[in-house]
Design a protein around this ligand. Structure first.
Ligand code: SF4
Length: 265
C-alpha cells in the first residue's frame, strides 16, 4: 500500500551523493520503498490499537487535524552520514503529523539545535509540507508507532528492529546519534543480533559519550532525549545538545571532507 506522505526523503545532494552512490544505486528510492513498508506495518497489536485510538480521539487543540495514526517513517537526507535515532513518535506529535519529531516540544528543541549546527535548513518542524530539509542527517526512531505513556515493550522494539537494520544498510552512516538510553540500547542490540558486535560490554549510555565501534561500524554518539521533561527541567540544555552536535560535525569533517553540513548559523 502506498500511503500519502510516506517516504519523504530529501533529494540527494550533489557532492555527498557521489560517495553514497557507490554503495547504493538509488538510496532515495530504496528508502522510499522501505518507508512504504513501514507505514503499512501492523506487527504490534497493542501499538496499532493505541495509535489508531489516539488518532480518532484527538487532542482538543488539534481537533481539525486529520491525524496520521500510522507508523511514522524515517525522514531526511538519503545520502546522510549521520543517522539520528529517537525513541518513538509522540501521540499528538509524529502520530498526528506523520513526520518524525514533528509537531511536539521535543521536535521544537531538536530542529532548533539541528538548524544551529547546520544539519537543517530551518529551525522549526510543524507539518509535512513546511519546507524542512535536513543536510547530511536522517532521523528515525527505534519504534515507529506511538506507544502508550511513551513506553514501548521489549518485544515491540524487537519487532521494529528490522526497519532500523535496513536503514543502516541503505544509508551506511558514519555516525549514529542515539537520543536517550532506549535508542542507544536498541542500536547496540541490533549490532549484537547481527553479529557485528560481540557484546555491548563497556558501552554505557551517558550524555556526551561517544564510542568507536569495530570494523566499519559507525561512530556511536549519545545524548539525552530532547523530551520536554529533560529540556524543561534543565537536565538537557541547548548548550549540552549543541556540544554533541558539534563533536559529530567535527568527526564527519575529519577525514575526506565530503559531506560537511552547512556552516553554523
Ligand atoms: S512499532 Fe514498528 S513493528 Fe510495531 S507495528 Fe509499528 S512499525 Fe510495525
Amino acid at each position: 500500500m502506498l500511503c500519502a506522505g510516506a517516504g519523504e526523503v530529501n533529494q540527494p545532494a550533489g557532492a555527498r551523493s557521489t560517495r553514497r552512490a557507490r554503495m547504493t544505486p538509488d538510496p532515495a528510492r530504496a528508502l522510499r520503498v522501505l518507508n512504504e513498508q513501514i507505514v503499512a506495518c501492523r506487527k504490534c497489536p497493542r501499538l496499532v490499537r493505541w495509535r489508531e485510538a489516539v488518532a480518532r480521539r484527538k487532542r482538543r487543540a488539534y481537533r481539525d487535524w486529520d491525524y496520521w495514526g500510522r507508523p511514522v517513517p524515517g525522514f531526511g537526507d538519503p545520502t546522510a552520514e549521520l543517522l539520528i535515532l529517537g525513541l518513538a513518535p509522540a501521540a499528538h506529535g509524529g502520530n498526528r503529523t506523520g513526520r518524525v519529531f514533528t509537531g511536539d516540544r521535543s521536535g521544537d528543541f531538536l530542529f532548533r539545535m539541528l538548524h544551529r549546527a547546520g544539519f537543517a535548513n530551518q529551525p522549526h518542524s510543524l507539518h509535512r509540507d513546511d519546507g524542512l530539509r535536513l543536510h547530511n542527517a536522517y532521523i528515525c526512531a527505534a519504534v515507529r508507532c506511538a506507544p502508550p505513556a511513551n513506553r514501548p515493550r521489549p518485544e515491540e522494539i524487537a519487532n521494529c528492529r528490522p526497519y532500523l537494520a535496513r536503514e543502516l544498510e541503505l544509508l551506511r552512516p558514519r555516525a549514529v546519534l542515539a537520543l536517550g538510553k532506549i535508542a542507544f540500547d536498541a542500536f547496540l542490540a541490533l549490532l549484537v543480533e547481527q553479529g557485528k558486535l560481540p557484546s555491548r560490554a563497556g558501552l554505557r549510555f551517558a550524555h556526551g559519550a561517544s564510542y568507536r565501534l569495530p570494523g566499519e561500524l559507525p561512530r556511536l554518539f549519545a545524548a539525552y532525549h530532547p523530551s520536554q521533561q529533560n529540556t524543561q527541567t534543565g537536565r538537557l540544555t541547548p548548550a549540552m545538545f549543541l556540544g554533541v552536535l558539534r563533536r559529530i560535525r567535527r568527526y564527519l569533517s575529519g577525514s575526506s571532507g565530503a559531506g560537511r553540513p552547512a556552516p553554523l548559523c
